[in-house]
Structures are given as structure tokens and as C-alpha cells.
Design a protein around this ligand. Sequence first.
Ligand code: NIG
Ligand code: FE
Length: 407
Amino acid sequence: MSQTLFTNATLATLQGETGYGLRQQAALLVDGDRITWLGDMAELPETEGAEIVDCQQRLLTPGLIDCHTHLVYGGDRADEFELRLEGASYAEIAAQGGGIVSTVNATRQASEQQLFAEALPRIRALLAEGVTTLEIKSGYGLDTENEIKMLRVAARLADELGLRVRKSFLGAHALPAEYEGRADEYIALVCEEMLPQAQHEGLVDAVDVFIESIAFDLKQGERVLACAQDLGLPIKAHVEQLSDLGGAVMAARRGALSVDHLEYLNPEDVAQLAASDTVAVLLPGAYYVLRETRLPPIDALREHRVAIALATDANPGSSPVHSLLLIMNMACTLFRMTPAEALRGVTLNAAKALGLADDIGSLECGKQADIVIWDVARPAMLSYRLGINPCAAVMQAGNWRDRGVFQ
Ligand code: NIG
Ligand code: FE
């Protein structure tokens, strides 16, 4: 099995309860697909035949993880961007048959091949900045055939790009037009047909639901999550994005992997999140694009030590954002998070949000060798600058995905 020894590195290991877990003048050994040793330059292990990579004090971090995306879809919604700039709200556009439902029409019309081709440049943008794992949701098909089509595209993207992809079934993302006035019937279809079939095809790693005034109510949302759990699947939920319907507490009580968005989460409910292992996934891209002014309850989340992850929420409506580095900057600038919290949010805590923290998310012996080498000396540089990509090389599961400067 091939070995790679990274020398003269600065490591942001993310080990420890807070901060970067920084080690200067350090080295790290990869054996096969795993990290097998890390420590000081003064204590290098014996390695014979290992490739030596002199990092020249560059920063190494775990591969970045985008734990919430809607990257597979048809069409675009630039027209709605213009409407919002003229004063229409996201909820008004949705109520008039635009929003998610308009992407559903475009997605239903697109072939699997078209969806794959359209998703590629979006994913490549993420990969160029050191993403090694990402989550992709369905939710623009809203019938059995088209939800499965979306999940197949996600699976194919993983195979062809050699990426780790977690596929979330989001059949309960919006009410399709043909079920107008029959939301409970649609939820029954989701639970009894769509989800079981998608799972049967091996296409579901977790189940998500959108609990919101423009989507499904708390009871309908809980029904979907309960069905998922009956099938043995992990759950998560879009909650408290535009209003407080109590979705976060309900999902956390059920042991959800994550609750996502949270601008309207009542700070007093955060203690109930803290009683679970549920991760709070914040999506500053949607906050920014929708020009939201209400902040998620960051201080309360911090005080109660709820793990906070960050993601792009890449989608054609509320967050046409394809840069995790930009999201880190937004988390600091808009949400007043620290650069260390931002880095934890796209590594270790994002791994937790996907249920993968035993395997990825930090530089630690035994974990997968998903490693990004950055052309910077200090980790705060990753959050600080906008519009520069300092990614110098990427290793995924012990294989060079991009040797970059180490040709
Ligand atoms: O996470 N909130 C619901 N779903 C997406 C938006 C999807 C869309 O607008 O197409 C979100 O923001
Ligand atoms: Fe989302």
C-alpha cells in the first residue's frame, strides 16, 4: 500500500473541543486511505518507500465537507432574483407558483444526462476549493420517478468524480401543483411509495423535510420523519427558516442528525437542542441572498455548546452559492462566528451533521486521508479573504485528486 509523508506542515487538526487544534512544524503520514501518524518534525517515524511531500510550512486541513446542498436540479431562477430585487419576497413568489415548484417543472423535464451535465460545473466549483465530501438532496422531483432520477444523478456524480456523496431524500420539500389542497395525501405518497422505493434502490442515506408555512406543517413533517425512522433511516430537517413552527425541537427530540437554517429558532429552545446530539447547520448563503435580517441564535447555540456546522445550501432559489470559503467568510462577517468556528463548521461539525464524524472531519490517526494543502500559513486566512482560492492540492482517501503545486 502506498505511503505519503507530509513534512514541514502546519496542521489544523480540529482535534480538541474548540479552536483549530493547531500544530506547527508538524508532519503527517498517510498509509493507504488512512492517516496513520501525525506529530512533530523532530519525531518523524521510520518510513521506507513513502513519497515525501515537503509542505514548506503550508497549512493542511481535513477535506472540506458541504453538508447541505441541492446541487442537482434543472433550469435556474435568475428571474426570481430580479423580482426579489424589485420588492417581491421569497414566500410571495412561492405562493404564486414560483420558487421551488418552478424548479420542479424544469427538473421533471430534464433527462438524467442533462441533470448530470448541469450539476458538474457546480460541483467542480466546490471541489476546486477543497471539498471532499458533500451531501446532495432530492426535492425537485416531487414524484416517485423524478425523485429517484435526482438521487441517481447524485450517485453517478459520486462515482464519476470519486467523491464521497451522502444522498438525502427530500420528497417533502414542497407540495407539487397536482396535490394542491391535498397535502396530507401527498405526505402519504411520500411515506408509502416514494421513500420506500428510493430506499429499495439503495439511494437514500438520510431523510429531510421542509417544515415551513410555504411547505409542510409540524405534524406532516413529523410524520415523514417517523416513517423514515421506521425504515431505519437517519433524519434531518429544514426548520425555522422563515418562521418558528417548532420543527427544530421536534426533530432534535427524535434524534435528528441536524436541523438546518434556524434564523427563527427561539433562543429559549436551544437548551432542548443541546440535550440531543443534533447539529445546528447554519446557511449564511440563504440568509444573505434573501436579505434576511433575523440572525440565528448564535450566542445561545454557543452557550449551550451545540455543534454548529455551515454549508452552502447550493440551490437555484435561496442560495445560488458554490463556495464554502465564501460561506466561511459570511459566517464570520454576517453571523459573527470566529474563523475557528467557521473551519470547524465545514469540517468536523459538518461530518457530525452527516453522521460521519468517526471517519472524516479532522486530521486524526485512523481517519480517512482527506487532506487539503492550502497556500496559506494561518487558518484564519481561509475565512478572511474573498475571491481568492488558496487551495494548493487535494488528497481524497489517500489518493491525490489534485497534486496542484506538487507535480
Ligand atoms: O434550503 N428551504 C428550503 N429549501 C431550499 C430552497 C430551495 C429553493 O428555493 O429552491 C433552502 O433554502
Ligand atoms: Fe436547503
